[in-house]
Each structure stands twice: as C-alpha cells, then as structure tokens.
Design a protein around this ligand. Structure first.
Ligand code: C5P
Length: 246
C-alpha cells in the first residue's frame, strides 16, 4: 500500500479549528475567552452576517488564527472584490465554491493577495468547497445533472481549484486520502465531520475519528459540538489531542 501523502507538520492542538457556531458576537467572544488554548477559530456565515468584521477584530486582538468560511460564489470581478476585502482582515483561510470556475477562483486568490498586501498582512490561503456534503449522489445526479460519483466529482473540483491557484479544499475525512494524493501535500485539506469515539455523532452521518482523519491526510480538523457541547470542553480538547497522538 502506498504511504499517505502528508501536509504541514502540526501539533494536534494546532490542527483543531473550532467553529463559532453562535448567533452573535457576544456569545462568540464568551466562547473564545472560555477556551484560550484554541488557536484557530472558524467564523461562518451566520456569525459574519450578524456581527460583521467586528468578530474578526476581536479574534485578531487575541492573537488567534481565523478561518473565514464565507463560501463565496460569484463572477470573477465580484469574487476579486469580496476576497480583496476579506484579505484585508488578515484572515488565514477563506472559502469559495469551486463551482464558480477557474477564472473566478484565480480572481479570488489574486484579490485576497491584493487586499492583504494593501493592509500589510499575510494573504489568506483561499480554499475550495468542492461539493456541499448536503448534496449526496441522488441530488448530484437528479438535481445538478452530474452523473459521476461524489468522490470523482470532489476530486475533479479539487484539482480544478488547485490548477486555478488555490491552496486547499474543505472535504470529508473520507475523501482526504484521495484528494491529498491527487493534489499533493501543499494543498491543505480542512475536514469537518470529525468525531472522537466518545462523542455523539449528531447530524454528521459519515464522521471519522480525529486520529484516523489525520492519518488519512486531513491537515486541519473542524470540530465543533464534541468540544463546545461537552460537559468539560477543556477536557474534550485534551482528549482529542491525546487521541491524535496515540
Ligand atoms: O459541530 P460540528 O463538529 O458538526 O461542526 C462542524 C462545523 O463544520 C460546522 O460549522 C459546520 O457548519 C461545518 N461544516 C460541516 N460540513 C461541511 C462543511 C462545513 O460540518 N461539509
């Protein structure tokens, strides 16, 4: 069997991204301050639409890394403009939909770099959403009229993203080994759908444990409820880190 392709060397704690799945800035800051050991936070659409960039400022003030999960999807000119603005916030990761196409993806990465340069910060790594996990084989063929299997489609979209200059993708840990082999170690894979053995699966149907996800090629793990809903979130983080090292 071929050895899995590995991405950046990171400690278990560095691999964990906790989503700020809360309705507003007040709740977000309470969560960030309750878990100072978490270095990387995800700001998604709900929080960004409700709070705007103020939550990003709060994270930057605390020296945190930011995954701005806006899943942008538009024509090249608009993508460039939105990514220019996002790049200026000094975020680390920014999502766009790969289905926006090559020109829009290239414009997104260029815009993000321009925005960061103008603001004097590091450019974000723009990463692609290959296919929403809410779209299964049936919706893919019946609604989107794509007849290839989900994994082949996800791989095709990841390769398109890479060829368009993007630096990674969001994917299921079940797709990580295939996407890593297809796109290489420098194409970062960020995986939600991660559940330690002791946690409830919730609505994540095809979850994988943190250790197995990393072994499969996941670089970063987006882990929400197993941490945020745990009786002892700090202990949950420690157990997840132990599991990754064992
Ligand atoms: O609580 P849980 O660990 O399921 O949180 C996972 C996070 O990753 C949530 O913010 C969810 O919206 C996000 N996500 C996901 N599946 C995807 C893309 C994003 O669970 N395919």
């Amino acid at each position: 069997m071929k050895a899995p392709v590995k991405g950046p060397a990171l400690t278990p704690l560095e691999r964990i991204i906790v989503p700020l799945d809360v309705p507003g800035q007040h709740e977000a800051i309470a969560l960030i301050d309750a878990l100072p050991e978490v270095a990387f936070w995800k700001v998604g659409l709900e929080l960004f639409v409700s709070s705007g960039p103020a939550v990003l400022t709060a994270l930057k003030e605390r020296g945190k890394r930011i995954f701005l999960d806006l899943k942008l999807h538009d024509i090249p000119n608009t993508m460039a403009g939105a990514c220019r603005a996002a790049g200026g916030y000094g975020v680390d990761l920014l999502t766009v939909h790969a289905t926006a196409g090559e020109a829009a993806l290239a414009a997104a990465q260029a815009g993000a770099a321009e925005g960061a340069l103008a603001a004097g910060c590091e450019p974000p790594r723009v990463i692609a959403v290959t296919l929403l996990t809410s779209i299964g084989l049936e919706s893919l063929s019946a609604e989107l009229k794509v007849t290839m299997p989900v994994i082949d489609y996800a791989q095709h979209m990841a390769v398109l993203a890479k060829d368009s200059g993007l630096g990674g993708a969001v994917c299921s840990p079940h797709e990580a080994a295939i996407l890593k082999a297809a796109c290489g170690k420098d194409f970062w894979l960020v995986c939600p759908g991660v559940r330690p053995v002791w946690a409830q699966k919730g609505d994540q149907q095809r979850a994988m444990t943190p250790g197995n996800a990393v072994s499969a090629g996941a670089d970063y793990l987006v882990i929400g409820r197993p941490i945020t809903q745990a009786d002892d979130p700090k202990r949950a983080i420690a157990r997840i880190c132990e599991e990754m090292t064992s």
